[in-house]
Ligand binder design. Structure first.
Ligand SMILES: Nc1ncnc2c1ncn2[C@@H]1O[C@H](COP(=O)(O)OP(=O)(O)O)[C@@H](O)[C@H]1O
Ligand SMILES: [Mg+2]
Length: 248
């Protein structure tokens, strides 16, 4: 039962600081950020534009190196890793979902998902691939190409692709940003089910309080610092906190 793993951190950041540039033009995007995500939990990150949300996600995913501090993904310490090793970690341990679906237009749905294990040099687990396509509701469209799908359907394929390597964490940056409200809600329901049914850990950046309310907890960033956290919040509570962020 996947729930037995809850309590072990899937991701842990300790005193992560990230400064871009140097001297007069230096910008500190994250300041001493410490947080742990338990396995099998769904966490949303919110904050005003420029508060460090994308930098947080990039440091957590090994897409960017912190200036100081430590990032652990499962039992792997990312700080100090060389770029080649980080690339392997991203491929093996992180699943990415973006606002743009980034599917390969020449490949079918099934081929898009199968590409990920192929790139990591893994044998394709066809039963798992088909289970995932079924879970995201795309099994009956496995032979379609992205141009034959709606935006919501393409995003569901992107989610199957993010899960196929059984990543430690799925990182999503505004995954519903390009979708209409109803389709966006379906994608958020899907994330919830993946967390509950598969014990998947999900970290999602969003600016939408309703999207954040689907998460188990919401972390607020302001000016590169963690400015609070809410557990099982309603959309109204999230909106209210966002309105008051930055006030002393
Ligand atoms: N590659 C970069 N070079 C210089 N400054 C950057 C870079 N990326 C982000 N920043 C700065 O870091 C701060 C946080 O940015 P970001 O993490 O993108 O915030 P958010 O995603 O919350 O809008 C901003 O002031 C931004 O201008
Ligand atoms: Mg951003």
């Amino acid at each position: 039962m996947t729930r037995a793993l809850v309590g072990t951190a899937a991701l842990r950041l300790e005193s992560v600081t990230k400064t871009y540039g140097s001297g007069e033009s230096a910008v500190t995007a994250l300041r001493e950020v410490s947080i742990g995500l338990d396995r099998g939990t769904f966490t949303a990150v919110m904050g005003p534009s420029g508060s460090g949300k994308s930098t947080f996600l990039h440091c957590a995913a090994g897409l960017d190196q912190p200036t100081s501090g430590s990032v652990r993904l499962g039992d792997v310490e990312l700080s100090g890793m060389k770029e080649a090793a980080l690339t392997a970690v991203r491929r093996e341990r992180v699943g990415f979902v973006f606002q743009a679906y980034n599917l390969m237009s020449a490949l079918t749905v099934e081929e898009n998902v199968a590409l990920v294990p192929r790139l990591s040099g893994r044998d394709l687990d066809r039963a798992w691939l088909r289970e995932l396509l079924d879970r995201v509701g795309m099994l009956d469209r496995a032979d379609r190409r992205p141009s034959q799908l709606s935006g919501g359907q393409q995003q569901r394929v992107a989610i199957a692709r993010a899960l196929v390597n059984r990543p430690e964490v799925v990182m999503a940056d505004e995954p519903t940003g390009a979708l209409d409200t109803r389709t966006g809600r379906q994608v958020l329901d899907l994330f919830r089910r993946l967390v509950v049914d598969l014990g998947q850990t999900v970290l999602m950046v969003t600016h939408d309080p309703v999207a954040a309310s689907y998460a188990d907890s919401v972390v607020f960033l302001a000016d590169g610092r963690i400015a609070g956290q809410l557990h099982h919040p309603t959309a109204a509570q999230v909106s209210d906190r966002m309105t008051h962020l930055g006030e002393a």
